[in-house]
Write a protein that binds this ligand. Structure first.
Ligand code: SAH
Ligand code: TYD
Ligand code: ZN
Length: 411
């Protein structure tokens, strides 16, 4: 489970990356397959380490970007009401507080179906989304949002700068940490950002992942697991300054980072407080990862035991939410259709397909009620409140939810 120093090189500072977690061979998490293609998926080694110099937690093997983000990339941000509300709030904040100068311009990296950008566009503010996933981008375009279907990197940034001029805000949610070639993105931000501009990004927080033992947050797309220390070091290395951090409850715990050119803003008290908190917790220490690894083993053993017992008792168990995270859980715990015969999911692009690696069929939410199972394994635990409210009748009919974060329990 835990390994020694591998001598891998930090993608950000060139330091040594010490391997600390091996989650085995895993498929591309969002590559949901046609049943006829079962067994044709490619596997990668899912290992994580931390840099002994800059502390950045990162994967040791990179999955080619075109294998993850393609025309038919199935993730759609707008499917969750809570996330729609969240991003509307983000857009409104930019409109009210930041994009207040003459003819402001906002660029979003990883705009997906336009969940944030549509509000900016409707307000008549100049904007551009950049996202290589064409089908998702088309959803945004149909709502009048401007999207460039491409990977954001230094060359794309140069082209945008030449065409549209400097950006007052560059925003990115749940995407910046997905990009192994992050240096090219930061050089692109440097090219594109106005002198007083802000680069704002939101990503899942390493501190929350460790605290909740949410090991399913580790999968191919989450190449880096950001913390305030490592993000600050990265920003400085590329000529920027980390000026603010805000903790967010979304996706099981995230942080919104605000980065600017040096001297534009005084770093906030929140930055200093979070840095002190991370030091106190020893976030980037080997012992922390050893304990994290032991916690993962416990969850695996408890979950497999529970599912085995339920099967032996003749209970019906169904999965809920074919998340990308579920690939790590099913792959690492060895959960297949024998333990979880199908997973319900509201994404039309996933329905009728099977999960990569574990080959569990995905069905529409209507299949959940037809009839209700005895237990539902909630892979989309980060949307627990929304899903449990929507599926209230399941519990009323005697059904129970199985969760595995922060430990295996039945609700
Ligand atoms: N921002 C949305 C979408 C997150 S999914 C949200 O928070 O819900 C990640 C998105 O990043 C995908 O749509 C993917 O296609 C996109 N992406 C991945 N690499 C990218 C890159 N280099 N430039 C722009 N978008 C990228
Ligand atoms: P999510 O947790 O947002 O992301 P990730 O793939 O990054 O792990 O995915 C939530 C999944 O759950 C998505 O496939 C849609 C599905 N879902 C439902 O089926 N019903 C719901 O009510 C909600 C909110 C999500
Ligand atoms: Zn480093």
């Amino acid at each position: 489970m835990t390994g020694g120093t591998t001598g891998a090189t930090c993608r950000i500072c060139g330091g040594t990356v010490q391997e600390c977690l091996d989650l085995g061979r895993q498929p591309v998490s969002n590559a949901f397959l046609e049943p006829k293609d079962a067994g044709r998926e490619t596997f990668y080694r899912l290992t994580v380490g931390f840099c002994t110099s800059c502390t950045m937690v990162q994967q040791l093997e990179e999955v080619p970007r075109d294998a993850m983000f393609r025309t038919d990339y199935p993730y759609r941000s707008s499917l969750s009401t809570a996330m729609r509300d969240h991003f509307e709030g983000v857009a409104q904040h930019f409109l009210d507080e930041v994009l207040t100068g003459p003819d402001p311009f906002l660029v979003e990296i990883g705009s997906n179906d336009g969940v944030m950008l549509n509000t900016i566009g409707r307000a008549g503010v100049r904007h551009l989304g950049v996202d290589p996933s064409r089908d998702a981008a088309e959803v945004a375009r149909r709502q009048g949002t401007r999207v460039l279907v491409d990977f954001f990197e230094e060359s794309t940034a140069r082209a945008i700068r030449a065409e549209d001029g400097p950006a007052d805000v560059i925003y990115s949610a749940n995407c910046f940490s997905h990009i192994a070639y992050i240096g090219s993105i930061l050089r692109g931000v440097d090219v594109l950002l106005a002198p007083e501009g802000l680069f704002v990004f939101e990503d899942r927080y390493l501190g929350d992942i460790i605290e909740q033992t949410s090991f399913d947050q580790i999968y191919d797309e989450h190449f880096y697991l950001f913390a305030v220390h490592s993000v600050r070091a990265m920003a400085e290395r590329f000529g920027f300054e980390l000026v603010d951090v805000t903790r967010l409850a979304v996706h099981g715990g995230a942080i919104r980072y605000t980065v600017a050119r040096p001297g534009v803003r005084e770093p906030s008290a929140a930055v200093h407080a979070m840095l002190a908190d991370e030091r106190r917790r020893g976030l980037a220490r080997e012992e922390t990862f050893l304990a994290f690894g032991a916690g993962i083993e416990r969850i695996r053993a408890d979950l497999v035991k529970l599912l085995g017992e339920l099967r032996a008792d003749g209970r019906r168990v169904v999965g809920y939410g074919a998340t990308s995270r579920s690939a790590t859980v099913t792959g690492y715990c060895g959960i297949g259709p024998d333990l979880v015969p199908f997973i319900c999911d509201s994404t039309p692009e996933k329905q009728g397909r099977i999960t990569p690696g574990s080959h569990i069929p995905i069905r529409p939410p209507e299949a959940f009620r037809d009839p209700y199972p005895d237990y539902a394994l909630l892979f989309a635990w980060n949307h627990a409140e929304e899903i449990m409210a929507k599926e209230r009748a399941f519990r009323e009919a005697g059904g129970r939810w199985v969760l595995y974060v922060p430990d295996v329990h039945v609700r």
